[in-house]
Design a protein around this ligand. Sequence first.
Ligand code: PLP
Length: 365
Amino acid sequence: MLPINDLARHNRPLDSDIRAAINRVLQRGYYILGPENQAFEAEFAAYLGATDSVAVGNGTDALELALKALDIGSGDEVITVANAGMYASTAIRAVGAKPSWVDIEPHRMLLDVGLLPAAVNERTRAIVVTHLYGRMADIEAVVAFAKPRGIAVIEDCAQAHGARRNCQLAGTLGDLAAFSFYPTKNLGALGDGGAVVSNNPALLARLRGLRQYGWTSKYHVGMTGGRNSRLDEIQAAILRCKLPHLDAWNSRRRAIIARYNTGLAGLGWQLPPEPDESDVGHLYVVRTPQRDAVRTTLAALEIASDVHYPVPDHQQAAFPVAISLPVTEAAAVELLTLPCFPELSDAEIDTVIAACWQAVKGEHS
Ligand SMILES: *Cc1c(COP(=O)(O)O)cnc(C)c1O
C-alpha cells in the first residue's frame, strides 16, 4: 500500500543522529524541561525570527495555553474556522470560552477575512487563524482588522512550520502562535510535543508559568489557570536534530504539490493553488464531487487516501451547533487527501496521478 505518510522512511536517514540525541539525554539523566528544552526553545525561536518559544506537551495545549496567557475564559468568544479538525475549538472550550466560527474561502479553504466584521461582537477576545494544509491564511489582513479593535490574534501553525511571506515566518505575525510537533507534522517529534511562540515578553513569561502549575518560581503559584504541559528532553533533543532539515523537506513538499497539480490538471477537480514560500505542503488536498468513488478505486490500486476533515466543528456529534457555514459544509463532502511526504518519489506521485485518472475516466493519462 502506498501510504499517505511514511514516518519510518522520513526518519530513517536521521537514525544515527536521533540515537545520538537520545543517548545524550540518557547519559545526562535530566528528562523534563532541561538543557535540551532550553536549547530547542532558543533554536526554534531563532529559526522563526521570534523573541522566544515556550515548549509544551502538544499543539492543542499550545492553543489552550495561548488563550490562557491572554486571560480568555468564560463569557468570552473566540473566532475561528470550522474546517480545521476541531483542535482550536477544543482549546477554546477547554478555557471556558465559546467558539464562534466563520466560513472559509472556497479555493484556498482558509479563513475568509471578509466575514470577520459580521462575526465580532463585544465578547470577541481573540481570533485563531489556522494556516491549514501548510498554506498561510491572510494573517496580515486579520491582524489589521483585529488590532484596532483590541482583539488578539493567535496563529495555529501546527501545519505550517517554516511557511513564510515577505521574509516573515508563520508564527511571528500574530500576538501568539501555537505549533504542534506531532509525528506527522512538517517538524515532528517521535511522540507528542508543542510550542507557543510570541514576540511579547509579558505573554512569554505568563506561558512559562502556566505550563507548569502557574508557578512564578519553583513551588510558588503566582498565577491562576496553571496546567502541567511540558516537553520531555528526549523529544526536544530529537526536534533539535530535525529542525535543520525543515526547509529542505518543505521545498520537496512544494515540488510534490506542483507535480500533482500538473498531472491532475484537466481532471475537473479543484486543485490547490500553485505553492510558493507561503505554502509548506503539509497535505495535498483536492476537491471532487466523486470523492468516495475515487477513494474506492485508489484503495483497490493500493493507494491510501484520507479526508481532512470529514466533520466540520459545528457538526461534531458531541457539540452540535445549529449554524450554517455553506462553504465549509460543501467542502467537507468533497475533500480528498492524497499521499504527500518529502520522501515520496516522482515515480510514486506519477502512480497516484495515473490512478486518479483511471478512477475518473477509466483510463491512464
Ligand atoms: C495537529 C494539529 C493541532 C493539534 O496538535 P496536537 O499536537 O495533536 O495536539 C492543532 N491544529 C492543527 C491545525 C493541527 O493540524
